[in-house]
Design a protein around this ligand. Structure first.
Ligand SMILES: C[S@@+](CC[C@H](N)C(=O)[O-])C[C@H]1O[C@@H](n2cnc3c(N)ncnc32)[C@H](O)[C@@H]1O
Length: 162
């Protein structure tokens, strides 16, 4: 049995663009406790608008997008929430071998090919690769948060002076 991936590269065309209030990465909340409440618009190219039929019924959507301003990748990343280094695939770093971003947004409303959403964490002009309905079937008890839970616990202990 081989573990080699199939050869080749995969060409994807953006289906649209994200309109966001952020023009610089420094404006996007990050670090411990960062929350994403900013509104934005997912603007699909007119030729893909028919693909939005029935999307209004979903409260949340997954948006797959391109870190189009990332220039390279690092296999080890040190996220802003923890001084300890972690493998890139256990982080949400923008500097990844395939610069694909994934964000869950709340759908506020739709106007033809435009979806107004809340919870954007990407730059204005970011290309959209795909949109899918968000359906979570994993219960709180089954969910493990790895190093992030440990980093949060360390911060909590430091904060309480223990
Ligand atoms: C930590 S990543 C998480 C993104 C997404 N939620 C994910 O998990 O894939 C978010 C950061 O990516 C950077 N970023 C956002 N849009 C970008 C873009 N279009 N190109 C490069 N970096 C971007 C910003 O620094 C932002 O704070």
């Amino acid at each position: 049995m081989t573990t080699d991936p199939p050869p080749g590269t995969y060409t994807m065309r953006p289906i649209g663009v994200i309109r966001s209030p952020y023009t610089e990465t420094s404006q996007i909340p990050k670090g411990p406790g960062a929350e994403h409440h900013a509104e934005g618009v997912l603007e699909l190219l007119p030729e893909y608008a028919a693909g939005l039929k029935d999307v209004e019924g979903f409260s949340h959507l997954y948006v797959l997008w391109v870190f189009h301003r990332a220039t390279d990748y690092d296999l080890i990343a040190t996220p802003p929430v923890d001084p300890r280094p972690h493998g890139v695939f256990s982080t949400r770093s923008p500097r990844r071998p395939n610069p694909i971003g994934l964000t869950v947004v709340r759908l506020l409303d739709r106007d033809a090919n435009k979806l107004r959403v809340r919870g954007v964490d990407m730059l204005d002009g970011t290309p959209i690769l795909d949109i899918k309905p968000y359906l979570s079937s994993i219960s709180e008890e089954d969910l493990r948060r790895g190093w992030l839970a440990e980093a949060e616990e360390r911060r909590r202990m430091e904060g309480s002076g223990k």
